[in-house]
Ligand binder design. Structure first.
Ligand code: TRP
Ligand code: ZN
Length: 881
């Protein structure tokens, strides 16, 4: 583990390295705790650099066994090797030389899961962001592009499968039961895209013929016996490959594309060139073990990693400050892919919910940072919702501002101009300026300024003048280390909805550039006048969520209800109802502080029934609309003085009222949606299940609700329905026998399948109420749980902290204390995992004073511990700052 050096890296300090490594030849002799790595690096002094420039390579916990230059061993006085650095103060004067390094590493004890690690009998690697330096000394930075040749030697019985990037040149037997393979990747790549896999795995193979007629061999490698569970991933891969050709004109470029599923992995997946490595959670699926959400995630992540081949690999990042260059753009691409494969409006609503649930709190709390940060202490901590999700929103806004056609031209120019390079955000923005002739300087602030902008909007109609006037004011809140903000360019899509539900055509407006249904907010204040509007319209704002902002709109309730019923933009229609629900819940929270039971407007409660029964709406849309804002969503909107118990009570009260008022309609629809045909994971079938399970959640609140859920569980023929029923039982009827029986039945059936048992852990960890803490504590001793597997830890402890508002935020602080201790236990083993978990405490300042004090104590307990990893110390100190 690298302990904290307190070093801060700054964007403005970037400078090109003195040396390059055009060719890298690696040889691995694999052994669980004594793997020998021989690296033969062709080192080239950069043009114009002094011959006296020392060569300084990065390492991380390395032991150097041998060093040679141009075949001659180096005298001990000619270099200095520490675990973290190799320095050759006076390298040869020649422009090029060959550096040979031998290091010894121990994959089986590599619990950080960075570099080369051996888990569950499989050797695999994770080199992004700075894991390659745990394998050999190197210029481990993304602007060093090298052509790799990799030789892997292993005992054939242990590792019949030997994979690396690119194409396989050789495979043959050696003496004593060993064998070897040689791989060559013709594409120069940064070290973070290097990968190696060795082990004994099963495989599903297929092929793909590219648009220009080249055949690509596809392989998805999984644990033996699980091949059947890889079919959906393979299908998603082929659809991704076709889609990137059709929508972005991007073809695959090697003859082989492999995916490997591993069971111990820090994140979702990794885009290594030609050899993607996945958390098995995002590969393995069938109707018996995976929910519809799992299928959708697999499809999206397979696509994401595949799309990185162009946005990330062919064009990579100059430095890690540019991370959003590949991540934001690739998330945008995977969002578009899923929208095309499924339902665009439903996908958009889901994206916005995710953005608000993860990115908004980040942007509004102590960990806020720009999409392109300017400084970091630990880069691992910048794989954030801001870089990924807000980064994607920024790309989406470029498309909104330029139009689809010009956006595509810009992307084409980007690929043409920067293929094979390590690029920057400035390079990216420049292609769009060049194809459009527009100045994107002000727009670029989206990359440079943290914080969620707010728009305050009010509108008035002058019937006599026939004028509709919209007044808009923007503000960007201060965030850590950025007190003063500049005005931004916010593309605000809108519509003026007439009483027939259709948009009213509006002539040229004045006050701001209004183009194709978008108001371009650029100044602090705009007054936009629409002439020729005789009837007062309802103003539909931020359609399709055109900009990642918050809105404070002065709007009549009747207009909000009208939009919730009639807005012809499906996203805004969902938003209108969601806003009404949120406002009602906030009001209930405030009244709850005085101990009164909340009251809800009849109209709000009835609208749920109308939406449920509206055959003109997709099932999935109806399910989303009927899903009440989550407890964390409500807390975020309230902003401060949060008492999660009161929020939960308010939410339950509204759910109960909706259920009681719409009982007949909900029961009828619940019955009508039953489906006994063959399972299919497609979006329409998933939507049907989703609506039915949402209705179940309501009906479970009525008398006999536990029996209904129990029946739903018993007759379920797929994991989506089974998990939904189990959730309802455990969350709504957790004390009852039906819940206990269902949990036991689930455990009995799936105890041997860790990924399914993760659901079992998650469902229990998210049961509302203070008592869940004891349950979670007990489950840490369950034979299916282990602190050493990231998926298990995230399922039980991660979900408890990030998704159980009432139990985690217990008034006595016991939830925080348990959590802090768990983090301290994980940190020495896996700093990345510990640091990620710790971000669950980021909103502690929005709690009411008692809980705030307890949360702070837990944070101080962590920060007061000696020997914290750089990762964890960075998160905890920023959270407390
Ligand atoms: N680049 C990967 C992606 O976005 C994510 C990633 C970054 C990652 N660092 C990692 C994955 C460490 C696993 C471990 O797809
Ligand atoms: Zn990515």
């Amino acid at each position: 583990m690298r302990t904290d050096t307190g070093q801060v890296f700054r964007l403005e300090d970037y400078r090109p390295s003195d040396y390059l490594i055009p060719r890298t030849s690696l040889a691995f002799r694999l052994h669980p705790d004594k793997t020998i790595v021989t690296a033969e690096l062709t080192i080239a002094r950069r043009e114009g650099v002094s011959k006296k420039a020392p060569l300084i390579l990065d390492g991380d916990g390395l032991v150097l066994k041998r060093i040679e230059i141009d075949g001659a061993p180096l005298d001990a006085s000619a270099y200095q090797a520490t675990p973290d650095q190799l320095t050759v103060p006076a390298p040869p004067a020649a422009q090029n030389f060959r550096l040979t390094l031998e290091t010894e590493i121990s994959p089986s004890t590599n619990s950080a899961l960075m570099g080369l690690f051996l888990t569950s009998g499989v050797y695999s690697t994770q080199c992004e962001a700075e894991g390659f330096r745990r394998i050999t000394y190197f210029l481990d930075r993304p602007d060093i592009l090298s052509v790799y040749t990799v030789r892997i030697e292993a005992q054939k019985r242990q590792a019949p499968l030997l994979l690396s990037n690119g194409n396989r040149l050789e495979i043959d037997d050696l003496a004593d039961g060993w064998h070897y393979a040689v791989w060559h990747d013709p594409f120069p790549k940064p070290s973070y895209l290097f990968a190696l896999v060795a082990g004994d795995l099963g495989v599903v193979t297929d092929e793909f013929v590219t648009a220009s007629g080249r055949k690509v061999d596809l392989g998805v490698y999984v644990e033996h016996g699980k091949e059947r569970l890889a079919a959906y991933a393979m299908d998603a891969l082929k659809r991704s490959m076709r889609w990137d050709e059709e929508v972005f004109g991007r073809e695959y470029d090697l003859d082989i594309f492999n995916i490997v599923a591993v069971s111990d992995f820090n994140m979702g997946a990794m885009e290594n060139k030609g050899l993607n490595i996945f958390n098995d959670k995002y590969v393995l699926a069938d109707d018996e073990t995976a929910t519809d959400a799992d299928f959708a995630n697999i499809e999206a992540i397979i696509a994401h990693e595949y799309f990185h081949n162009w946005t990330g690999n062919r064009i990579t990042c100059r430095d890690w400050f540019q991370l959003c260059l590949k991540e934001g753009l690739t998330v945008f691409r995977d969002h578009e892919f899923s929208a095309d494969q499924r339902s665009r409006p439903v996908k958009r609503i889901a994206e916005v919910r995710t953005l608000r649930a993860h990115q908004f709190p980040e942007d509004q709390g102590p960990l806020a940072h720009p999409v392109r940060p300017r400084r970091y202490r630990e880069i691992n901590n910048f794989y954030t919702a801001t870089v990924y999700e807000k980064g994607s929103e920024v790309v989406r806004m470029i498309k909104t501002i330029l139009g689809a056609e010009t956006f595509r031209k810009g992307m084409d120019l980007y690929f043409e101009r920067h293929d094979g390079e390590a690029a920057t955000i400035e390079d990216f923005l420049k292609v769009f300026e060049d194809v459009s002739g527009q100045d994107l300087q002000q727009f670029a602030l989206w990359y440079h300024q943290a914080g969620t902008p707010n728009l305050t909007v009010s509108a008035s109609h002058d019937a006599r003048k026939g004028e509709f006037v919209v007044e808009i004011e923007q503000s960007v809140p201060p965030t850590p280390s950025e007190a003063r903000k500049r005005l931004m360019h916010i593309p605000l899509a809108f519509g003026l909805v007439g009483s027939d539900g259709k948009d009213i055509a509006h002539g040229a407006a004045d006050g701001a550039a209004v183009e194709n249904g978008v108001i371009h907010v650029k100044k602090r204040r705009h007054v936009v006048r629409f002439p020729g509007i005789t009837e007062r319209p309802a103003l539909s704002l931020n359609r399709g969520f055109s900009a990642p902002v918050t809105l404070s709109v002065e709007q009549r309730k009747e207009d909000q209800f009208f939009l919730a019923r009639h807005d012809n933009d499906p996203f805004s229609r969902w938003q209108a109802y969601n806003t009404l629900l949120t406002e009602a819940l906030i009001a209930a929270f405030r009244s709850g502080l005085g101990g009164k039971p909340p009251k809800f407007a009849r109209q709000l409660v009835d609208l749920a029934g109308a939406i449920a029964a509206d055959e003109g709406l997709e099932h999935a849309f109806r399910a989303l609309a009927l899903t009440l804002p989550g407890e964390a969503d409500i807390a975020r909107e309230i902003g401060s003085g949060i008492d999660p118990d009161i929020i939960l009570a308010a939410r339950n009260a509204l759910a109960g009222e909706i259920a009681r008022s719409n009982e007949t309609a909900f029961r009828r629809l619940y019955a009508a949606l039953e489906f006994n045909g063959r399972f299919s994971p497609d979006a329409a079938s998933a939507g049907r299940r989703s609506l039915r399970n949402t209705l179940l959640d309501y009906l479970a609140l009525l008398p006999g609700g536990d029996e209904l859920a129990g029946r739903h569980f018993a007759v379920a023929t797929n994991m989506t329905d089974r998990a939904a029923a189990l959730t309802v039982l455990a969350h709504r009827h957790g004390d009852g026998k039906l819940a206990r029986d269902a949990l036991a039945a689930f455990e009995k059936r799936y105890h041997a399948d860790p990924l399914v048992m993760d659901k079992w852990l998650m469902i229990q960890a998210t049961a509302p109420g203070a008592a869940t803490l004891d349950k979670v504590r007990a489950l840490t001793g369950h034979p299916g749980f282990t602190m050493t597997n990231p998926n298990r830890v995230r399922a039980l402890i991660g979900t408890f902290a990030s998704a159980n508002q009432t139990a985690f935020n217990r008034t006595d602080g016991a939830g925080y204390d348990f959590f802090a201790r768990a983090i301290l236990e994980i940190d020495p083993r896996n700093p990345q995992l510990a640091a990620r978990l710790a971000t669950a405490l980021r909103s502690w300042r929005s709690l009411e004073p008692v809980r705030q004090g307890k949360a702070r104590e837990a944070l101080l307990m962590i920060s007061g511990t000696e020997g914290l990893s750089a990762d964890l110390r960075d998160i905890v100190e920023r959270t407390l700052a």
